[in-house]
Design a protein around this ligand. Structure first.
Ligand SMILES: [Zn+2]
Ligand SMILES: [Zn+2]
Length: 251
């Protein structure tokens, strides 16, 4: 007999908070958790399945930006203190795409290995720019076909959907969120396009508006609230130089 557990997904965020308050302070609550079927709830399975199937479209938009990317128009106007900072037109998109597609290929291999149908001795597909769209479509089709299994029986299916965990649903939501924020024509467009965050690899680095150095050089901070990495302008410049060397681009 399978044991039913409370879904580890974001559907139970409020319930988990209430349970902590109950355990720590004896605060009673009347929240009932969403139960897994048997591990994750139907809502989380279907939401992550939709996010999974939206990935090809979102990633093509990121890919187009990698090919045709140009500095944000507003960057010329900001000039001044950071005029010497390397611009990241297409490179941010490229690194982001490589990292997401690489992780997708690993999840696909992981699921097929756990199900015993991964061809022995083969490696997950390495993302290459040629054939990237087909690779993404193939991985998504494969994961979609195994999604019900992955959400209930993957070894990490009971893990919370937090960054760094291997829960398939959490991973897909993470890629979806990053790709959507990257391509969305929201306030991200108004800030200078900076390199991806060295800590969480999300495209969230911005010049801080609150924290200022004495000589008026802005700090660079990660806008992802889960990450919150802060760099000085000098640290950022060093990091970008290293990145440029790593991917063979002249700064
Ligand atoms: Zn759930
Ligand atoms: Zn970050």
């Amino acid at each position: 007999m399978t044991t039913v557990i409370a879904c580890p997904g974001p559907c139970n965020n409020a319930w988990r908070k209430a349970e902590v308050a109950l355990a720590e302070h004896g605060t009673e609550h009347h929240i009932t958790p969403a139960w897994g079927k048997p591990v994750q709830c139907y809502g989380c399975v279907e939401r992550t399945r939709r996010e999974l199937t939206e990935l090809p479209k979102l990633l093509i938009a990121v890919q187009l930006e990698a090919i045709y990317g140009s500095p944000a128009p507003s960057s010329a106007a900001t000039g001044g203190s950071s005029a010497n900072v390397a611009r990241w037109p297409g490179q941010t998109s490229r690194l982001l795409l490589d990292s997401i597609v690489g992780e997708m290929a690993e999840l696909q291999a992981d699921v097929l290995i756990q199900r015993g149908i991964w061809p022995k001795g083969t490696e997950p597909a390495r993302p290459s720019q040629a054939g990237e769209r087909k690779l993404i479509a193939d991985i998504v089709a494969s994961l979609d076909a195994h999604w019900d299994w992955a959400m209930q029986h993957h070894l990490a299916a009971t893990e919370p959907h937090d960054r760094g965990n291997a829960n398939p649903g959490g991973q897909v939501s993470g890629w979806h969120r990053i790709a959507r924020r990257f391509t969305k024509s929201d306030e991200q467009r108004d800030v200078k396009r900076l390199a991806p965050c060295p800590r969480c690899h999300g495209p969230y680095l911005v010049e801080s508006r609150e924290l200022r150095l004495v000589n008026d050089q802005p700090y660079i901070e990660c806008r992802d609230p889960d990450c919150g990495r802060i760099l000085t302008q000098a640290e950022y410049d060093t990091y970008v130089k290293a990145l440029n060397q790593a991917i063979g681009v002249a700064a």
